[in-house]
Write a protein that binds this ligand. Structure first.
Ligand SMILES: O=C(O)C(=O)C[C@]1(C(=O)O)C=C[C@@H](O)C=C1
Length: 288
């Protein structure tokens, strides 16, 4: 089985991939869209990409590409503990000399307080992933640059941990989703199964006062628990949004189809993005 993930080697996404699947060929992709495209063209069987971080929120690139460009079913989810370190080239150990910090925008956002207090003069440069930033530092020993990435990336690219645990809040976790061309489940052994989830995308009818209230009521009176509701622009004009709604539980034969019929009767558009099991990786030295 070919498992694509946001690379290069040493990303948190690779940890998520290896946490879910013990066997398979693990293939790194340079960007989230290129990884998703590779599933659509069947170059790989599964794509694993980040979707939400506990500190910084949704990974908009993933959600928007999924909604607008590659509507692939979500077949599983996993959350991974995120521990960020400041990595430097072994020839450049002095924290005070660092002029530039590179990383994925979410990783930089998770460490704002640290950057503000310890490296207020350093400029930031965004990279496609945390490991891409570590690779950049390894390839530029001449620059006074540091990467925000994990211990796996430090080992992979021969960097030193200059400062450990630099994320601003403990309990930092990121959720990743597994995308597949067809929506069938595969058995997953290993990580802890936490819950089952169904993700819906709802478009409200225009000029319908109280529409969102009615949408939420359709879930509420059926006692369906919503674990997330988020709006994203439809990209058709200012003020036009989709609602992405996570419902606890799998797609059953009565309750969720009942909600969908009720919403459609209200004039809403409803798309099912996936109904899938969610897993969790415990904190371990590997993601320390
Ligand atoms: O997987 C990685 O290492 C990434 O760079 C992506 C990503 C993200 O998009 O949220 C994954 C986990 C961390 O939250 C920071 C960055």
């Amino acid at each position: 089985m070919k498992i694509g993930y946001l690379g290069p080697k040493g990303t948190f996404t690779e940890m998520a991939a290896r946490g879910l699947y013990q066997k398979g060929e693990f293939l790194p992709y340079r960007t989230i869209p290129s990884c998703m495209d590779a599933v659509a063209t069947e170059e790989i069987d599964l794509a694993i990409v980040p979707i939400e971080n506990a500190i910084e929120g949704t990974v908009n690139l993933t959600l928007d590409y999924l909604i607008h460009k590659q509507r692939l079913p979500i077949v599983a989810g996993i959350t991974v503990p995120i521990v960020q370190h400041l990595l430097v080239h072994p020839s450049n150990e002095q924290l005070k000399n660092i002029e530039k910090v590179v990383s994925h925008p979410h990783a930089i956002a998770q460490c704002h307080d640290f950057l503000q207090t310890q490296l207020p003069e350093a400029e930031w440069e965004y990279m496609n992933s945390t490991a891409a930033a570590a690779e950049y530092v390894a390839e530029h020993p001449d620059l006074s640059v540091a990467a925000i990435a994990n211990e796996l990336a430090a080992k992979e690219y021969g960097l030193q941990i200059n400062h450990s645990d630099i994320h601003d809040y403990s309990h930092n976790r990121t959720s990743f989703v597994v995308l597949r061309k067809q929506a069938y489940q595969m058995k997953i052994d290993g990580p802890t199964h936490v819950e089952d989830k169904t993700t819906l995308m709802v478009t409200l009818p225009s000029d319908f006062s109280g529409a969102l209230h009615q949408v939420l009521s359709a879930f509420a009176w059926r006692k369906l628990n919503l674990t997330k509701i988020e709006s994203r622009p439809t990209k058709t004009g200012l003020g036009n949004y989709f609602f992405i709604i996570d419902v606890q539980g799998t797609m059953d034969e009565v309750l969720i189809p009942g909600v969908i019929s009720e919403l459609e009767a209200l004039g809403c558009g409803v798309d099912i993005l996936g109904s899938y099991p969610c897993f969790s990786l415990a904190y371990s030295k590997a993601n320390a």
